[in-house]
Design a protein around this ligand. Structure first.
Ligand SMILES: Nc1ncnc2c1ncn2[C@@H]1O[C@H](COP(=O)(O)OP(=O)(O)OP(=O)(O)O)[C@@H](O)[C@H]1O
Length: 584
């Protein structure tokens, strides 16, 4: 059961956007009413030809009536076209209103690790947009015509009207039963389809691992299981829906013939106003009364699907509210202050960092070391404001980094994540962060990490495409391009997560030179590392263990303390401490 909405809760963003489309619905509704009424014209033509033309044998009347009906057909088609164009325009308007918001919501959801994928919300939005000009919605817009037809039936004879109402009630019951029996399996089928799709996307992305270790058969078998579940559920829903669709169509045709029979019976008893013509018209009117209902039953699967898509989108937008417009802040100078932070993965996971705090002056270099899973990457994410903290704040020049508008802060910050994350585009675009490419700055960053000569050797130099994820580069080259991107534009604060894990000696030396150079210009660095070479350029050192600070202070003091602790334990210094001491 869905919890009741508090009375003062504002409507969802989707509803609010839909509400702005009312003028389109209104106009399309008027077109639908007019074209729905004109649908009676062919029956009128038939009756006139049978009655007037056959009796009078007048060619002129036949020509006149035929020209008239042709004109009506043209108007009908124009109205049909106009209303579907109107609803297409509504769909474009909805797209314009929401596409940016949905794109940002998907991005934020990914950032916060909220499940839902990237492709699915876009598919859901497409489905909602397309529903606006789908036959089922256009059909439902003809409901006012049904009421007009019903009134006409009552005018001919109330018995005909009541009979139509009775059939409409039975078809409504069929529609309700259809909803009850098809909705659960259809929604489960949708979920299973999404799971199968996400599984395929996730696994096939790692094609090399799958191929090299012959995992394809097992991966395929797993995908087939998910796919089979989806197909079975869909078949269950379709079987039930098929029966109800047939029943509703049967009722519609029965109603048409039934009204003809009833009209005839009333005629025989002298109770039908308008004579035998009305007998036929009653049959036509009756079919139109229930047409939208029958249309809804036959297209119910698309209604369930769009409702499902709507629900998922609504959930996404509710879970990821639009970012507030923050006040513009002055450009930072690079003074970092980490109030003792407690943090975990977004979404309420366990605490990963507990009480880690320190401060750095502009131009200082901090090396963060610690065993695997001690929380170095988590700290890096906190420092650049990707993950929020549960307690304590990370401040740059006193301002909370997490709350800072990243479009504003971004140019002052450099970040190299562990996975590098290059994007499909040229080398220059990647280094320039996909903003306006300032070639002088791009080259400066590339030179700083010793990449310039290599790039010049590429087929199209800086314009060479790196491929999705930088697939056309080696691991070390990807890392250096990522480093150049982090240093692009001389940021004042740079966080590097394992920057030399794929670098050779020359790359390592270039990195150390780049850090020295930028440090001399006042850039603050925090470098997460397992390797000791970075220590040579570090001023301070933070040792993390199990998400807590084991040691923090000037590099040499921390190294000495580590060595002393190891000696006190009357055993040879632990390998990392020994290595660190030697490197320093
Ligand atoms: N998205 C996440 N959700 C839940 N837990 C996570 C997530 N990312 C990391 N963790 C957990 O946080 C802990 C610290 O991980 P983190 O990546 O910060 O360590 P690390 O010191 O950078 O490790 P390494 O040196 O191996 O890269 C680990 O126990 C890990 O399982």
């Amino acid at each position: 059961m869905t919890p009741a909405k508090p009375a003062n809760q504002p409507p969802s963003e989707l509803r609010a956007a839909l509400a702005t489309l009312k003028p389109y619905f209104r106009r399309a509704g008027i077109f639908s009413l007019l074209s729905g009424l004109l649908v009676l014209a062919p029956s009128g033509y038939m009756l006139e030809v049978y009655g007037r033309v056959v009796n009078s044998r007048s060619h002129t009347t036949l020509w006149m009536l035929t020209l008239l009906i042709l004109g009506v057909y043209i108007v009908m088609e124009l109205l049909e076209w106009a209303r579907s164009e109107m609803m297409r325009a509504a769909s474009v308007e909805l797209d314009e209103r929401l596409r940016g918001r949905i794109f940002h919501a998907i991005f934020d959801a990914n950032l916060r690790r909220i499940p839902g994928g990237t492709q699915q919300p876009l598919n859901d939005f497409k489905q909602v947009r397309e529903f606006l000009y789908s036959p089922v919605l256009l059909g439902v817009m003809e409901s006012p015509v049904s009421i007009v037809m019903l009134v006409l039936l009552f005018l001919i004879n109330p018995a005909l009207g009541w009979a139509a109402i009775a059939f409409a009630c039975v078809i409504t019951l069929v529609a309700w039963l259809n909803e009850r029996s098809t909705k659960p399996p259809l929604m489960q089928a949708n979920r299973a389809a999404i799971a199968a799709q996400q599984y395929a996307d996730g696994s096939l992305r790692n094609a090399e691992v799958i191929e090299s270790m012959g995992m394809l058969r097992d991966v395929h078998a797993r995908w087939m299981d998910k796919q089979r579940e989806f197909l079975n559920l869909q078949a269950t829903a379709s079987e039930a829906a098929g029966g109800f669709q047939a029943l509703s169509k049967f009722l519609q045709t029965t109603l048409s013939s039934g009204l003809l029979g009833l009209g005839c019976w009333l005629l025989l008893h002298g109770e039908l106003h308008g004579g035998d013509v009305m007998m036929i018209m009653a049959s036509v009117f009756g079919g139109r009364v229930v047409a939208p209902l029958v249309q809804a039953v036959t297209q119910w699967q698309s209604v369930v699907n769009v409702r499902d898509a709507w629900g998922r989108l609504d959930q996404l937008l509710a879970a990821v509210p639009a970012r507030p417009e923050n006040m513009a802040l002055p450009a930072p100078r690079g003074a970092l202050q980490v109030e003792p932070v407690v943090a975990g993965a977004p979404g309420g996971g366990a605490q990963i960092l507990r009480g880690v705090g320190f401060a750095l002056n502009p131009g200082e270099v901090l090396a963060v070391v610690g065993p695997s899973a001690s929380g170095k990457t988590t700290l890096a994410r906190l420092l650049v404001g990707i993950w929020p903290s549960m307690a304590g704040k990370v401040r740059l020049d006193g301002a909370d980094v997490f709350a800072w508008d990243k479009a504003e802060l971004g140019p002052h910050v450099g970040y190299l994540p562990q996975g590098v994350e290059l994007f499909d585009g040229s080398v220059a675009e990647n280094i320039a962060r996909f903003g306006e490419v300032d070639m002088a700055r791009v080259e400066e960053a590339a030179r700083a990490v010793g990449l310039h000569d290599f790039i010049l050797g590429l087929p199209q130099g800086y314009e060479t495409a790196v491929g999705a994820g930088g697939a056309r580069l080696s691991g070390g080259q990807r890392q250096r391009v990522g480093l150049a991107r982090a240093l692009y534009g001389n940021p004042v604060f740079v966080v590097l997560d394992e920057p030399n894990s794929s670098l050779d000696e020359e790359g390592d030396a270039a990195l150390a030179r780049a850090i020295q150079f930028m440090k001399s210009r006042g850039t603050t660095f925090v470098i997460m590392t397992h390797r000791t070479s970075v220590l040579a350029v570090a001023d301070k050192m933070l040792v993390l263990r199990d998400g807590q600070t084991q040691a923090f202070g000037p590099r040499d003091e921390v190294l000495a303390a580590l060595q002393q602790a190891a000696q006190q334990a009357q055993q040879p210094p632990a390998a990392p401490a020994r290595q660190l001491a030697t490197a320093a």
